[in-house]
Design a protein around this ligand. Structure first.
Ligand code: MSP
Length: 675
């Protein structure tokens, strides 16, 4: 049985996980699930990187011990991964005894096999604690870390060094012998160019960092966090220990590291060099993925633009989030995240093409055939379509080309929709003639078997929903081995079981309204595209949401966006119908500590508006106030309560909401227009 070892990077635990971390892990999980279904003996590893100055500092700042901080944050990663349906076989923490033993064993192996390649020298360099990397002065950009502009500090210490400079030729030879060692190709080329330009020796210990693994033979020093971290790939296999895991999966199988482009140098250059020095084989392959961007920048804690993957999974479901992340951009490229695109994908691809098609078909079948599946011929158009798609999906999955695989599935699903549209089986069902009945069976059998294949192909992406899909189709929830194409996949006569809607539609307007009411489903600062001030702001659009977010930003005390970013033409402003109104009734919205339900009089009509002002105003104190409302806002529901408009309010320096009201000394009838 082929052995397949797949790893994610181990995550820094100086902070909580975000969508970028989820991305790396989901991408690896999809491959692990795919390979298991291909019949491989898979070992899928993820974990947390817990040593180093970054953690030491974060713990000091939080007033905690490093161990307490890493315990807490490592748990947060585990909890997130379980929510995201990650099927890892092991979770390694670098503070575990087994890891420390493995890391020291690797160091010892380097010293035993290549004693000349380890030496001690006085070193002075610029250290970026955020990247845990030394830089030479010429590489700094404006005195900051060249990669992310983090602050750097001059560090002078006596360190252990690894003679990396000697490894350039051997690495280039390895790259030549293994043309697919690094994927995708353009990343491989970057690595080759970096190595061809010559390598400098690498400091691999720190004398100032206490939170680390002591260097064997020089216990006053700790291992540089990257040699510590990279050795997790071996320590989890019990390298230097008793079990056969290392022999089975590293030496006896295919080993693949999945990682982000920011850490390709460590994996593609340092790691194989360390392994060569220890006379150990390099991994089989490394797949380098791109970044999830937010507002055109890498999503990261230090830039403050993170999105909470757990909150997204709670709101939209883990399967939908997994699908979206793998569908939107080819693995290897960068991709931007926005809630809007996520919701659009869920509604169009999952709720409509997949869930709704299933629901309609099962409903029809329940009426016409008591839910029993008709036979389907392998010559039917959908059978042929699926037969073509099957090897393409499999090949794309093998090559980590997830988007290609999903695009392929989404050529089949709309084909089901078109066939139904054109053949109208609901009409055929009512025609008792044998020809119509035979045609009905052919269409329904074809469509449902195509859906069964979709559940098969999509299983690695959406394991829980595909299990549900299969259950409704009357198939076992656990998918079979991924094998040769066959048709039909569902035995004729199988009793289907129509169940709950697979993917409920998400109401974008309601989502935006929740943002407006200050109870966003995700972090408003980080989940929407930037404001495009040159365009009108259509209600319910991303720009509207961005404008709301700008409001939320200001309310949170952030500096206003630069004026040129938010200037609009007068025509745009005039699209917003502002009117005066008088509050005639007000009550708190149940189960919300923010929302108040108001009845307002606009002169010619009365309306209900829900506003997030309860913290600043007791409901009864609002009655009789003359306020300003946006009268032409699309109606929305906030916590299930309908709202037809929005009132205007400012936020003062203390963060309190201040209602905008009309001049109390002047008469102004309710409903008067404002400009
Ligand atoms: N601890 C090191 C890895 C050591 S592996 C021996 C590290 N940790 S990290 O937490 O900063 O990043 C871990 C992984 O998350 C990397 O693959 C990184 O690319 C990925 N991501 C972090 N932010 C990301 C995005 N915004 N987008 C996609 N992935 C990104 O580096």
């Amino acid at each position: 049985m082929p052995r397949f070892y797949i790893t994610t990077p181990i995550y820094y635990v100086n902070d909580r996980p975000h969508l970028g971390h989820a991305y790396s892990t989901i991408a690896a999980d999809v491959q692990a699930r795919h390979r298991r279904r291909r019949g491989d003996d898979v070992f899928f590893l993820t974990g947390t990187d817990e040593h180093g100055s970054k953690v030491e500092r974060a713990a000091a700042k939080a007033g905690k011990s490093p161990q307490a901080l890493v315990d807490e944050n490592s748990l947060a990663f585990r909890a997130l991964f379980s929510k995201l349906l990650i099927s890892n076989d092991d979770f390694i923490r670098t503070t575990e005894v087994r890891h420390k033993a493995g890391a020291r064993a690797l160091w010892e192996a380097i010293r035993a096999r290549s004693p000349d390649d380890l030496y001690v020298r006085e070193y002075e360099g610029w250290y970026c604690a955020s990247c845990e990397t030394f830089f030479v002065e010429k590489d700094l950009k404006a005195g900051k870390c060249p990669e992310f502009g983090h602050p750097v500090e001059l560090a002078k210490e006596k360190n252990h060094f690894f003679r990396l400079s000697r490894y350039a030729d051997r690495l280039l030879k390895l790259y030549e012998q293994r043309p697919d060692f690094i994927r995708p190709d353009f990343r491989f080329n970057e690595v080759k160019a970096f190595v061809a330009a010559g390598l400098e020796d690498l400091s691999i210990s720190r004398s100032t960092v206490k939170w680390g693994i002591p260097v064997p033979g020089d216990e006053a020093q700790t291992m540089y966090v990257w040699i510590d971290a990279l050795s997790n790939y071996l320590s989890a296999l019990d390298f230097g220990g008793e079990t056969r895991r290392y022999e089975t999966f590293w030496k006896g199988g295919e080993s693949v590291h999945l990682l982000g482009k920011d850490i390709s140098r460590f994996h593609a250059v340092y790691w194989p060099a360390f392994l060569m020095a220890a006379s150990l084989p390099p991994p089989t392959r490394e797949f380098v993925h791109g970044w999830i961007l937010k507002d055109n920048q890498k999503m990261s804690k230090s830039l403050g633009n993170t999105v909470d993957a757990g909150a997204l999974a709670d709101e939209f479901g883990a399967d939908a989030l997994r699908y979206f992340l793998m569908r939107e951009v080819p693995l290897g490229q960068d991709g931007s995240y926005s809630d809007e695109i996520l919701i659009e994908r869920i509604n169009a691809d999952l709720a409509n093409d997949l869930g709704n098609t299933l629901n309609r078909l099962l409903q029809m079948l329940a009426g016409a055939r008591e839910g029993k599946l008709p036979a389907s011929s392998p010559d039917s158009p959908l059978a042929r379509r699926c037969a073509e798609a099957h090897p393409r999906v499999a090949a794309a999955m093998d090559g980590f080309n997830y988007k290609v695989a999903l695009d392929e599935v989404w050529r089949v699903l709309p084909a089901i929709g078109s066939l139904l549209q054109q053949a109208e089986p609901w009409k055929l069902a009512r025609d008792p003639g044998p020809a119509a009945q035979a045609k009905y069976d052919e269409i329904m059998g074809g469509a449902l078997n195509a859906l069964a294949w979709a559940a098969d192909w999509l299983d690695a992406f959406m394991p829980a929903k595909c299990a549900e899909l299969r259950k409704q189709l009357g198939l076992p929830e656990t998918p079979g081995r991924l094998g040769e194409f066959r048709w039909p996949l569902i035995p004729p006569g199988t009793a289907t079981r129509r169940g709950p809607v697979l993917f409920p539609r998400i109401d974008m307007t309601e989502y935006l309204a929740a943002l407006r009411a200050g109870s966003p489903m995700t972090d408003p600062k980080s989940s929407l595209p930037p404001v495009d001030a040159t365009q009108p702001v259509p209600a319910g659009s991303a720009q509207e949401a961005a404008a709301l977010v700008e409001g939320a930003r200001l309310a949170a005390g952030a500096a206003p966006a630069k004026p040129e970013e938010i200037r609009i033409a007068i025509d745009d402003f005039l699209k917003v119908k502002l009117r005066t109104a008088v509050i005639i009734a007000a009550e708190a919205v149940e189960k919300s500590d923010k929302l108040v339900k108001l009845q307002v009089d606009l002169g010619d009509e009365k309306r209900q508006i829900v506003a997030g002002i309860r913290k600043a105003y007791a409901p009864e104190s609002l009655i009789g106030r003359r306020i300003v409302v946006v009268a032409n806002l699309k109606p929305a529901k906030l916590m299930g309560v309908p709202s037809e408009g929005m009132l205007l309010a400012a936020t003062n320096a203390a963060g309190d909401v201040v209602l905008l009201t009309t001049d109390p000394d002047k008469d102004c009838e309710p409903g008067a227009g404002i400009k």
